[in-house]
Design a binder for this molecule. Sequence first.
Ligand code: PXL
Length: 284
Amino acid sequence: MNPSAQLSPPIVLAFAASDPSGGAGIQADLMTLSSMGCHVLTVITAITVQDTLGVEAVHALDADWVEDQARAVLEDMPVAAFKIGMVGSVENISVIAEIVSDYPDIPLVLDPVLASGRGDELASEEMLEAIRELLLPQTTVLTPNSMEARRLAEEDEDEDAPDLANCAQRLISYGCEYVLVTGTHENTPKVINTLYGENGQIRSDRWERLPGNYHGSGCTLASAIAANLANGQDVADAVRDAQEYTWQSLANGFRPGMGQHIPDRFFWARNTEPEAGSEPGAND
Ligand code: PXL
């Protein structure tokens, strides 16, 4: 064994797509997990062309490449948590599901990326079904926003939007252990994020709604949960502290281009206060 291995920070493997704007995707995961003291293994599932205004194009990598990237690093290094974001294709979902099934004791955080903050579709109906069937049963914490929770849980078309507690229960019946439904898109004065387990609600946290439109908040939250689990926290504490970290990243967010704000995942490393009036808000 490598003699310096005990000095290693916890290692998290993130499956995600590249976002060259640095707002979301693997870049968000890498920044968040690094900022929270983890080493990150980055398995790229797809490459996107995008800026802070929206997604122009998506190119999914061949599933063989996803598999080879993951197997190479997993055979070399021990991981303390998995984090899955945008998957890119049904074939990628199959290989990711097969890989993580070899590590049933490692916590897995799944951010079901179905659309960008602006609404660009990032997952087809077939991908949604594959996520439900192959990934949910292996998930420790699923982190849908309320729209994703309704879409993932929907059983038949004529049903009215089911309430979020019912959606969460249904998602748990599909096999994930915990569901954290985020409430940015709900019409409530505060953002309410609720964690559910098999016996119902575990905790519900309210956050001041920030007045902007963020790119990468979901990736930040899911990665922060993975970092806390990798550091040995239990799920309820991991979810609580990850929300605090994410809220701080958003409150310190910035608007580098013409579109959405970007969370500052290294807010603690900056020694300047955010400019008055520049605080942005909450979205995806
Ligand atoms: O925020 C979800 C997300 C995840 N991953 C990539 C993205 C987006 C949203 O745009 O582009 C690569």
